[in-house]
Design a protein around this ligand. Sequence first.
Ligand SMILES: NC(=O)c1ccc[n+]([C@@H]2O[C@H](COP(=O)([O-])OP(=O)(O)OC[C@H]3O[C@@H](n4cnc5c(N)ncnc54)[C@H](O)[C@@H]3O)[C@@H](O)[C@H]2O)c1
Length: 317
Amino acid sequence: MTTPRLKTSIAILGCGDVGSTLAYTLILNPICSEVILVDPKTDLLNAQVRDLGDATFRGNTGCKIRAGSHKDAGQADVVVITAGAKQKVGESRLSLLTRNLHILQSIFTSMSPISSHTILLLVANPVDILTYFAQKLSGLPPSQVLGTGTSLDSARLRGVLAEKAGVAPNSIDAYVLGEHGDGQFIAWSNITIGTAPLELGLPNFTPELKKDIAEHTRGAAAAIIASKGCTAYGVANIAASICKYILFNQRTVRPISFYQPSLGCCLSMPCVLGRKGVERAMPIILDETEQRELEDCAKNLRSVIEGAEREFGMRKD
Ligand SMILES: NC(=O)c1ccc[n+]([C@@H]2O[C@H](COP(=O)([O-])OP(=O)(O)OC[C@H]3O[C@@H](n4cnc5c(N)ncnc54)[C@H](O)[C@@H]3O)[C@@H](O)[C@H]2O)c1
């Protein structure tokens, strides 16, 4: 008889603002038996483990928290990568690429060998580009390497539409697709409010409102960063939900960043999430404008990838 697996574990690489908030979210809403935190700043790491550990003693969370190495992380069921520099006020996500790709390379060198069952979830920015490189560097199948992508932008979109329509956010189906960044676009043609298409569910919908909503969704992170220096609660909540869909094999449909063979990059499209990661892409019918936005977005991401491959000596030309 083989020994049963006693633990489910989520490793979080980087225990700064996002990583520690994610760990706290997982303690309050436990979905695994162990959270492993990894960070080269050992004083910070140990302090976070002690502080978060205090939140596990009230007795109704079965989740333990401990410090670990990159090697330990490589054996976890899910590895969430929040390690990396964050945007300063006015900075774009893409400007973080060189710094965060160096960090990503060093992570995979230290984590190897990675368990063939591990699912990687990228949070660090620019998340679509790092998801692409994480897949190359890890050697895992593309279905096991995901990025939070536009799932946070989509939640923000559902929030603003819910407020306008006077219904709960979970009564709305609405997807922001493409890049988690300036190249994102809203699949307006697919939005439903309860049982109704957008125009029926939101009778006061105008072109001005459409523009305002798109700007709000695109600019939400920058506005928060301008006032408090980071965003953490929203993305931590989204990352914790994605971990749950995976570990509970929940088969939930969400827009997340994953490899798109026909476009040659990672960007967000709807997919079914389960224990194997992306169980399958979920088809979506886009109108002509949305299809063009998708293609433009992929073209830009491809050119950033090619630039980074040149800079990091990963291309022959
Ligand atoms: N995808 C999203 O929606 C989203 C939202 C918010 C933030 N982010 C991104 O998440 C990242 C983290 O943001 P933050 O606010 O937590 O930053 P932070 O500076 O507070 O924390 C980052 C941590 O990563 C650690 N780190 C560096 N190299 C490491 C390595 N090799 N292994 C493990 N840890 C390492 C640092 O020591 C630091 O503690 C940034 O890139 C930010 O842009 C993404």
